[in-house]
Design a protein around this ligand. Structure first.
Ligand code: SAM
Ligand code: DTB
Ligand code: SF4
Length: 328
């Protein structure tokens, strides 16, 4: 097993990304089997606990207040309602429950206290609790940790160079600062990005480079394909080819071998064969349930069928994210 490296250069990452695709898949599949049980895929559930009306201008996002999309604004949900959803997710086989809020940043107010109660409640159910709430201070990260938060999702989305083409209301360094606060609070880090926003190959490599050269790799790296939403500036972006998803996933797998690589948004436009290639390339997690935060996702039933066809099984909660000793 090769040493985990944090000193990747962009040239090295680019050479991996550009390998002949079948070779790239083969190598990523090999590394995947060294570090993970390749028959297992973690099933996670998302819930938008506070929807729409966001002051940020992220060009991909249906929840930004300034774009006219079909998303209806909804204030922060009640704790009980959220816990009920988490129970249902658990019953359907999810082991990670991720609560998203359309906030620019967390504020120290009653809504945050409510989120802390949600975290506590979901943690008590024995699921990995994740939140994605925007920017966090170190103190807020510590409060979330004390309430039982397992992971925090905060995506870099793209490269530092392309970032300002997509978002003007905050900078790349703000993103990195929150990730640092998450690390300091010893919360598991989930950070990845989106492809299909008009970025170059260099931007994709740049984002992977930033993630893979952090002092510690994120434990979880979501790879999203843009879901173009009417009313957003990116509504007319073309669908990315499966080979681009495969290259992103395989490269992430090879340079951050221990991370969970999540085949996130965009699955509604992929068939089973295309998703199978992503699993072969090293993806080992999906979001289940017919909705992501606000956009459609495959139905439980079709994912169940896919798991059967591909002989995949849902991964248990809190499983050690380390090498398996006996891959029998
Ligand atoms: N407001 C918080 C933030 O921006 O960090 C949390 C919620 S935000 C919706 C979480 C992530 O969803 C974004 O960072 C982005 O990567 C992803 N996302 C949002 N809209 C998307 C879309 N249309 N297609 C693909 N991914 C999307
Ligand atoms: C991530 O990288 N993808 C998920 C999760 N983290 C929060 C969100 C995808 C959202 C897609 C757009 C929507 O449904 O609103
Ligand atoms: Fe707001 Fe997050 Fe959407 Fe950006 S991605 S507009 S911060 S909800």
């Amino acid at each position: 097993m090769d040493k985990i490296r944090n000193d990747w250069t962009k040239e090295e990452i680019s050479a991996i990304y550009n390998r002949p695709v079948l070779e790239l898949i083969f190598e990523a599949a090999h590394t995947h089997r060294e570090y993970h049980d390749s028959r297992e895929v973690q099933v996670c559930t998302l819930l938008s606990v506070k929807t729409g009306g966001c002051p940020e201008d992220c060009a991909y996002c249906p929840q930004a207040a300034r774009y006219h999309t079909d998303v209806e604004v909804h204030k922060l949900m009640d704790v009980e309602e959220v816990l009920e959803s988490a129970r249902e997710a658990k019953e359907s086989g999810s082991t990670r429950f991720c609560m998203g809020a359309a906030w620019r940043e967390v504020r120290d107010n009653r809504d945050f206290d409510k989120v802390l109660d949600m975290v506590k409640g979901v943690n008590e159910m024995g699921m990995e609790v994740c939140c994605t709430l925007g920017m966090l201070t170190e103190e807020q990260a510590e409060k979330l940790k004390s309430a039982g938060l397992y992971a925090y999702n905060h995506n870099l989305d793209t490269s530092e160079e392309f970032y300002s083409d997509i978002i003007s209301t905050r900078g790349y360094s703000d993103r990195l600062e929150t990730l640092d606060n998450v690390r300091k609070a010893k919360i598991s880090m989930c950070s990845g990005g989106i492809i299909g926003m008009g970025e170059s190959e260099g931007d994709r490599i740049g984002m992977l480079h930033t993630l893979a050269t952090l002092p510690e790799h994120p434990e979880s790296v979501p790879v999203n394909a843009l879901v173009p939403v009417e009313g957003t500036p990116l509504e007319d972006q073309e669908k990315v080819s499966v080979w681009e998803m495969v290259r992103m996933i395989a490269t992430a797998r090879l340079i951050m071998p221990k991370a969970m690589v999540r085949l996130s948004a965009g699955r509604v436009r992929m068939n089973t064969e295309e998703q199978a290639l992503c699993f072969l390339a090293g993806a080992n997690s999906i979001f289940a349930g017919d909705k992501l935060l606000t956009t459609p996702n495959p139905e439980y039933k079709s994912d169940e069928e896919m798991f059967q066809v591909l002989n995949l099984k849902p991964r248990k909660a809190f499983k050690e994210e380390l090498p398996i000793s006996d891959p029998a």
